[in-house]
Design a protein around this ligand. Structure first.
Ligand code: ATP
Length: 232
């Protein structure tokens, strides 16, 4: 059975459909890309799966649980595009605070946080978040999404606004998480960020899924090496 099931998910804002009925399923261990331009409906779709936005219609389940159920929250890690970080805290304080919210025992939390920050090569862990670079902040946000050791990770445009080096780092780290068996949903503006890691992708435009399949099949269907495949 698929670990993420999305069935006719729809979101309207005052008569405007931000998402017009998305349907897809994601297998356990898969890296699934959601690709599309600004305003395509990627964030709205991902937030409905995570239970952060109430759908107007349709359903989403993670490991058979509906959004908002505690059993589902334990299995899910969500990295928002714009992560609100508590700028006054240090990275360690911040991550420990979130681990506590998830009831992760303090010894386990400490070890998990250290290991994740080591893997992300984050230095200056006792520096205030407010004094960190954008790339460092993104790494802290990624570590936060992993603090409860979730089965499913939703990364909403994790590479947006970052330099190529940090972008590659994040893509490589995502690949490692996948190799460890995590299921990952990864959104991006273009195929460039997802082609090397995603098993399958859904292309969104104007609130609709306009293409779906492997990166090769999408690229073949939409013109060879063209990266911006926002078919209508
Ligand atoms: P981006 O790459 O810019 O983040 P996106 O694909 O994630 O784009 P969404 O943020 O899901 O797109 O937005 C889809 C559409 O819904 C956009 O037209 C956006 O303006 C609209 N929208 C999103 N949130 C709201 C809201 N709270 N109220 C009204 N309209 C909204």
């Amino acid at each position: 059975m698929a670990i993420v099931e999305v069935e006719n998910l729809r979101k309207e804002y005052g008569g405007f459909a931000a998402v017009e009925g998305s349907t897809f399923s994601i297998e356990r261990g898969e890296v699934f890309g959601v690709v599309g331009p600004n305003g395509a409906g990627k964030t709205t779709t991902l937030k409905m799966i995570a239970g952060l936005i109430e759908p107007t219609d349709g359903t989403a389940t993670v490991a058979g649980y509906t959004p908002g159920e505690p059993a589902m929250q334990r299995r899910l890690g969500f990295l928002p595009e714009e992560s609100p970080l508590y700028e006054e805290m240090t990275a360690l304080e911040y991550l420990t605070f979130f681990a506590d919210l998830y009831d992760v025992p303090s010894g386990v939390a400490r070890e998990r946080i250290d290991r994740t920050l080591d893997r992300l090569d984050l230095e200056h862990r006792t520096r205030r978040i407010g004094n960190m670079s954008k790339g460092m902040k993104r790494k802290v946000a990624i570590a936060r999404a992993l603090v409860n050791d979730p089965e499913v990770l939703i990364f909403d445009e994790p590479a947006s606004g970052l330099d190529p080096l940090t972008t590659n780092y994040i893509i490589e780290f995502t690949r490692e998480l996948s190799d460890e068996g995590k299921t990952i949903v990864f959104s991006a503006h273009n195929l460039f960020h997802v082609e090397s890691i995603c098993d399958r992708i859904a292309v969104m435009n104007h609130g609709r899924i306009v293409a779906r399949g492997s990166v090769e099949s999408i690229r073949e269907a939409h013109g060879g090496t063209e990266y911006h495949v926002y078919a209508t």
